[in-house]
Design a binder for this molecule. Structure first.
Ligand code: ATP
Ligand code: MG
Length: 562
């Protein structure tokens, strides 16, 4: 099925509609249009971020605006340059380029001056209350909070204390800077929110220069204004922060950036939170942030996803103003759709069973023609070797087959893809009774493309020539979780890891031509799925990851719904 049928004129998302209208009315110009992607460098980006990237960069691209990349690095404890580098690599891999690379930490001095300006206006104060006391005075959504006893400090005292906070005269938790708004506001975020807290921590960019750090709400919006961001797009949970976002802009009289919200991207059978993904990494449940089962951008890339398929997924899944969960099968379907177009078809046998063709001359080989991609507009072919000994999948042979098993059985026949029809004559066993190999005969006049045998068989199976085959490790990946909503369980989400999410086949047989491809080439191993070479694959130890199966669950579901 096709997802990429969207045309230019088809429905735009609500933000695109809004921006189009604003451009038309002259409220903003193309030159002014500026979005930003503001990751906190405390983990690797996931598919939720990918949607946000596609949205922010996509809008700018569509309407001729620009997008800044801004690292929201105001929390020194959890942040790291490793994350900064991975985030940049991921965005570029997705196919986007930022206009400017900025860091909220570059604005620390300006933010400090903003805070001083608010103190001078009598709109911010230093509070000596402990975190517990502040929480206790906060009130509840239905009852007003109480004013802090420090709320009416003079401007002079506040300026002095805030300077001393900056100078490191106080311990962590001893003092905070708060905005003076309204402890009775029905919006809890307006009840004298914290602007600064003391943290004697080393920052990955500013080092030990600062020991006070701005809170998210006093960094994010201000950074938007400093950069002249016109459309600050964020997820729905920040909707309740918007009055505060606007309050700071109004009181500071800075550039009026505007905030717009959309629903987070959630995907079934996975978790979409850096904090949880970090647990999987730290507890070694997965093999790092880029484990091919991880919903991180680096994980799906290693798995074999293409940037185009992720962009298409973001587009097709769309954005919404309501919380929702996107079907994992849609993600896979978008990948399959792209790989079907571009993947080179080859044959690999993951669980090899040796087949000897007893009527094929020893030492003889022949070259057969195999089409590289039936979907390609320009047909190309490669040669594959055929000889007396080949490998087929163990699963494609059954000695005592039940009814309805149409693959190879003693006395039965199948067609070898691109080659001949073979008949199983004899099963050769080891001393312990296990099958060592099977002996077959081939039908010379049944050659693919020039079949004169008149024999009809029910199955076509894949195979690899034994004398030229290379050995490789094939990793068959499946969903990381075995429940639709791992986050929504009563117990720990880590109790729902799919034990079969990785199956390794260390002795797979592949065509020798596999060495000729670039390592980001996508393959379809006939009947087995789509594959890519793993990043740890070497010429001595080849490793292939299954990106996705061939079976389109999404199409099946859509049909069921009709
Ligand atoms: P997480 O909860 O996974 O840590 P976050 O929101 O804290 O995510 P940030 O680095 O702060 O991560 O996010 C950068 C940008 O990506 C923000 O604008 C945020 O709204 C957006 N974003 C994060 N998660 C999602 C998601 N699941 N769907 C859409 N956008 C997201
Ligand atoms: Mg965050």
């Amino acid at each position: 099925m096709s997802h990429s049928s969207k045309t230019e004129n088809e429905t735009q998302n609500f933000l695109e509609e809004l921006i189009e209208a604003e451009l038309k009315s002259g409220r903003v110009s193309k030159e002014q249009l500026l979005t930003r992607f503001p990751p906190e460098p405390n983990g690797y980006l996931h598919l939720g971020h990918a949607s946000s990237i596609c949205l922010n960069f996509g809008i700018a691209k569509k309407f001729g605006g620009r997008t800044n990349l801004r690292f929201d690095d105001t929390n020194p404890v959890t942040e790291d340059t490793e994350y900064v580098e991975s985030i940049k690599a991921d965005i570029q891999w997705l196919g986007f380029q930022w206009a400017n690379e900025f860091y909220a930490s570059d604005y620390f001095e300006t933010l400090y001056e903003y805070a001083v300006a608010l103190i001078k206006k009598g709109l911010a104060y230093v509070d000596d209350s402990t975190a517990e006391q502040i929480a206790a005075m906060k009130g509840t959504p239905t009852s007003a909070g109480t004013n802090s006893p420090y709320r009416n400090r003079s401007v002079e005292e506040n300026l002095d204390l805030f300077t001393r906070m900056r100078n490191g005269e106080f311990k962590e938790g001893e003092k905070t800077l708060r905005a003076k708004i309204d402890m009775a506001s029905p919006n809890m975020h307006l009840r004298d929110p914290l602007m600064y807290r003391i943290k004697h921590a080393h920052h990955h960019r500013t080092g030990d220069k600062w020991c006070i750090y701005p809170m998210y709400d006093f960094a994010h919006g201000q950074s938007d204004s400093i950069e002249n961001i016109t459309h600050s797009i964020c997820t729905l949970e920040f909707e309740v922060h918007k009055p505060l976002y606007n309050w700071f802009i109004e009181k500071l009289e800075i550039f009026p950036s505007r905030q717009f919200e959309f629903a987070r991207r959630n995907i079934s059978y996975t978790v979409m939170s850096k904090r949880k993904l970090l647990q999987l990494v730290n507890e070694k449940i997965v093999d790092g942030w880029d484990d091919p089962r991880m919903p991180t951008i680096s994980g799906v890339r290693r798995r074999g996803y293409t940037a185009e398929s992720i962009r298409n997924f973001a587009e097709v899944a769309g954005i919404s103003r309501r919380e929702n969960v996107t079907d994992y099968n849609l993600l896979e379907s978008c990948l399959r759709e792209h790989l079907n177009k571009i993947a080179t078809r080859t044959m690999a046998v993951i669980n090899p069973l040796k087949v000897v063709l007893t009527n094929y001359n020893e030492g003889q080989t022949e070259m057969l023609k195999a089409e590289n991609n039936p979907e390609a507009t320009e047909k190309t072919y490669r040669d594959i070797t055929f000889g007396r000994e080949i490998y087929i999948e163990k699963d494609d042979f059954m000695e005592h087959a039940p009814e309805g098993f149409f693959r190879l059985t003693p006395g039965g026949m199948v067609r070898l893809k691109h080659a001949y029809i073979i008949r199983c004559e004899n099963v050769v066993k080891n001393d312990d009774g296990t099958i060592r190999e099977i002996h077959c005969t081939y039908i010379p006049e049944s050659k693919s493309g020039q079949d004169k045998s008149g024999i009809k068989v029910k199955s076509v199976i894949h195979w690899v020539d034994a004398s030229t085959a290379l050995t490789a490790e094939v990793r068959m990946y499946d969903k990381l979780f075995n429940v639709e909503a791992p986050d929504a369980q009563e117990d720990d989400f880590k109790n729902y890891i799919n034990p079969d999410s990785l199956k390794i086949f260390p002795e797979a047989k592949i065509e020798p031509a596999m060495v000729t491809y670039a390592n980001n080439e996508r393959f379809q191993f006939l009947r087995l799925g789509y594959f890519v070479e793993d990043k740890y694959s070497t010429s001595k130890h080849r490793i292939y990851n299954r990106a996705v199966t061939l079976k389109d669950e999404w199409a099946k579901e859509q049909k069921k719904q009709k």
